[in-house]
Design a protein around this ligand. Sequence first.
Ligand code: AHM
Ligand code: MG
Length: 334
Amino acid sequence: MAQPLMTVQQHILEEQRRRAPQASGEFSWLLSGITLATKIIADRVRRAGLADILGSAGQQNVQGEVVQKLDVLANQALLHCLGVRGNVAIMASEENAEPIVVARDRAHGKHVVVFDPLDGSSNIDVNVSVGTIFSILRCEPDPTGTRDPMKDVLQPGANQVAAGYVVYGSSTMFVYTAGNGVNGFTLDPQIGAYVISHPNIRMPRQGSIYSVNEANADSFPEGYRRYLAHLRSGAAGRTYSSRYIGSLVADFHRTLLKGGVFLYPPTKTHPQGKLRLMYEANPIAFLAEEAGGLATDGARRIRDIQPTSLHQRTPLVVGSPAEMELLESVVSSQ
Ligand code: AHM
Ligand code: MG
């Protein structure tokens, strides 16, 4: 007999039944808002060349970056699908300068959802994989509506209750963790559901790929340059290949499945690193750790960093234990 179909929704409910039989089901309801939004986004991404939705929206976001039309559509899909869930008190997006309080649900909502609606969007026009990244935190209900929403958002990554991404690649995949391992689901376009395809993902202990924007290498701090030279020299016991897509979700997805290391160190133009702590580095770090990998800013564990602003940037190094241990030893050896 064929295996029963395990959709992401069923998977979340079964996990809840196993781990927290008393749970209200609120959390799976919230996640279904995210999966619905990403199906809408996947559809727009697939038809981008046919509809008039390629190219810039003629504005810049809070980081001063050009906003693509699909960035706007993706953001609207998430804000809409999460805003009507009833249990989301606050949303914070790469595309909005300030957190968005869901006025109707602030009094009893217990969740903060932080997201990058369309990561790697500069790749859209050339038909390269892009993604959506999200991080879910808890907050106390605010019946009087007096608490500063920013305080509820600025929590370290160690407080995340779930995180994940969707990669819009040759297929659309949803990968998430709720703190009990990492599972991957592939969107079956015929039935419109995410179906389990990668149960209990483990990152290999060592890989043979490193992933970095090497055009920036001359301005990397010395330790990173030594590290890359070490990987290239074969001294790590492997011959490494280099792969770099320029979409964090896609580069991390490969690193998660094949192992190795992805890094975005400080550079001359981005001395604090380029990637954003709250909605890029934190969820990626949570997934990496849950799959047996590690994530640091070159010195500290990413998930221990206390954020001071919503859009703050951080250097990011994430990967298999062997490559991460090597980074530490090479950087501290001088
Ligand atoms: P975005 O969120 O504006 O798309 O920018 C983030 C992207 C990441 O997906 C990717 O890892 C990085 O920027 C690539 O940067 P670069 O082009 O400097 O290598
Ligand atoms: Mg991004």
